[in-house]
Design a binder for this molecule. Structure first.
Ligand code: AMP
Ligand code: MG
Length: 518
């Protein structure tokens, strides 16, 4: 196998793919050098098989779907093929640190992830990363593996989030094996391949800040700026200029999470992307019955990462990032005022979070209510609806979807959404105010409905849907994973044959528990 830098897409074989991944590309993370990562092959995964494949993610990379049927594909994305790769082209595990549950955790790193390299297609460059590919120098006490259950959850959710229009890492495929892996019970191993322009986390910056490795910190910042925020170069302080960019993307991402009822579950600073992508799917969950205090991660006993906490935690995480960037900020100031001025500048950049999040969330919620502009008092209308939903534990997804049936002129269309509430009179009072507000909106019912149905999904990855697909996959029937992925790839469309997938969760779903152990 050769490692030539210019392979024309589309790539047909796994060998071509491996060559393209191994090609040296300027500006890639791999250029940063050995302070940032360790190169090593994946651990052998015995008798691997294909569990799931996203043709959509493949298309992003310029890969034809038929590539998934080749034996070379499974060899590559199980990690097994990497044992034949030359040292200089080996995959790499990166080092980072972070705050876990609000506490400084020191060095972490890719304990079970390996980046294979980058692919370029259609002017976009994406890094491909195996997760669950065995131990690395950063595994600490872990076994370097991921189980089938969590790999399927990550695969389904990353692709579902993408189709909901929420910034996220993508997932190309899941490769399974019968190799046993010990968690609370014995499960089996799997490797999920995820795709993103970059996997750099807030924790990467925190790592070099904490270690007082300022040259490395600067090299990392230069990499992120040159590659992803080049406009910052035109300012007197590019490192400072990058901060509000990341803050804004993070605020926008969390506004979208809140508006769709997505709970991440482990918003540690090492799970925050500097591109504002949703990353590291673990014990995440979509809200079924709306509880603003919902905690999706059963290991989160204090509720630090409860649904309603997510915006302020994101802000707190941005604060950690700002702190880590401080040694780079303010180089253009005189030495005597530099410390003071750079703290003030960083604080101002952080303030941007609130200035960005509130209107982004309000805009989205007004879209969900079918209001074509945001007017004074709309925030109260949204808050009152959320309070009623909370009091009734109304299903988040169904309530918003059914809201589209409310009509401007009379209450005849109210019944489906009204049924979601226990206190019907309270709902009627809200609906009367909502109708009064709709009367001020220029759009007619049909146009508004159409717009609402493009923002309020009918289908989200409810826990019980993932669970059903996982149980079938554990019996080697992967058809439900594919079916569910297909349904979730059109979350806003009516899909009458899949009406069940939009229904309230069955009673057994109430007992499902998701923890960090994956
Ligand atoms: P997470 O909470 O999944 O974001 O993981 C926190 C840290 O632990 C990361 O550095 C992971 O790479 C690492 N980690 C999690 N699970 C494992 C595992 N099974 N083996 C090795 N490292 C792990
Ligand atoms: Mg993580």
């Amino acid at each position: 196998m050769s490692f030539s830098p210019s392979i024309a897409a589309p790539l047909d074989t796994a060998d071509e793919l491996a060559s393209a991944l191994g090609a040296a590309r300027s500006g890639s993370f791999a250029e940063l050098g050995s302070a940032f990562f360790t190169r090593l092959p994946a651990a052998p995964l015995p008798a691997p098989y294909l569990v799931a494949f996203s043709a959509d993610a493949a298309a992003l990379l310029g890969l034809e779907p038929r590539i998934a049927e080749t034996p070379g594909f499974v060899e590559l994305f199980s990690g097994n093929a990497t044992r034949e790769w030359p040292q200089a082209a080996l995959p790499y595990a990166s080092v980072y640190s972070g705050h876990q549950f609000g506490v400084w955790a020191g060095q972490l790193g890719d304990g079970r992830a390996l980046s294979l390299g980058e692919l370029e297609h259609g002017g976009l460059r994406n890094e491909l990363q195996l997760k669950g590919s065995g131990r690395t120098p950063y595994s600490r006490m872990g076994d370097g593996r991921a189980v089938l259950r969590s790999s399927i959850r990550e695969f389904l959710c990353s692709e579902a989030m993408h189709h909901l229009g929420i910034p996220t890492t993508r997932a190309l495929c899941v490769i399974g094996s019968d190799q046993p892996v010990r968690r609370e019970e014995i499960e089996t191993a799997a490797v999920v391949t995820r795709v993103a322009p970059s996997f750099v986390r807030f924790g990467h910056f925190e790592h070099f800040y904490a270690g007082e490795q300022i040259d490395a910190l600067r090299a990392l910042a230069d990499h992120v700026i040159d590659r992803f925020y080049p406009q910052c170069r035109e300012t007197p302080d590019p490192y400072l200029a990058m901060l509000p960019q990341i803050v804004a993307r993070t605020a926008d991402m969390v506004a979208q999470w809140q508006a769709v009822g997505f709970c991440h579950g482990v918003m540690n600073t090492d799970n925050m992307s500097v591109l504002g992508l949703t990353i590291d799917y673990g014990p995440f969950g979509f809200l079924d019955a709306f509880d603003a205090n919902h905690i999706c991660n059963h290991s989160d006993t204090q509720g630090r990462y409860a649904y309603r906490m997510q915006p302020q935690i994101a802000y707190w995480n941005c604060f950690c990032l700002a702190q880590a960037l401080l040694p780079l900020i303010g180089a253009h100031y005189e030495e005597s005022v530099r410390a003071e001025r750079s703290v003030a500048d960083a604080q101002e950049a952080l303030e941007g979070f609130k200035a960005r999040f509130a209107p982004a969330f309000e805009r989205r919620m007004c879209d969900k209510l079918g209001l074509s502009d945001v007017r004074p008092g709309d925030d109260k209308l949204v808050d009152r609806l959320l309070e009623l939903m909370h009091a009734s534990r109304a299903d988040f997804t169904l309530t918003f979807r059914r809201l589209a049936q409310v009509s401007k002129d009379d209450a005849r269309g109210d019944a489906p959404v009204r049924d979601m509430f226990l206190d019907r009179e309270a709902f009627d009072r809200w609906a009367a105010d909502y109708r009064a507000r709709l009367a001020l909106d220029p759009r007619d019912d049909a146009t508004r409905r159409e717009a609402m149905n493009r923002i309020n999904p009918k289908y989200v990855l409810r826990n019980h849907l993932a669970e059903t697909a996982i149980r079938r996959a554990m019996e080697k029937d992967f058809s439900e994973v594919a079916r569910l992925a297909a349904v979730l790839s059109r979350p806003f469309d009516e899909q009458p044959e899949f009406e069940d997938y939009a229904a309230l969760p069955p009673e057994w779903a109430g007992t499902l528990s998701v923890s960090c152990s994956s």
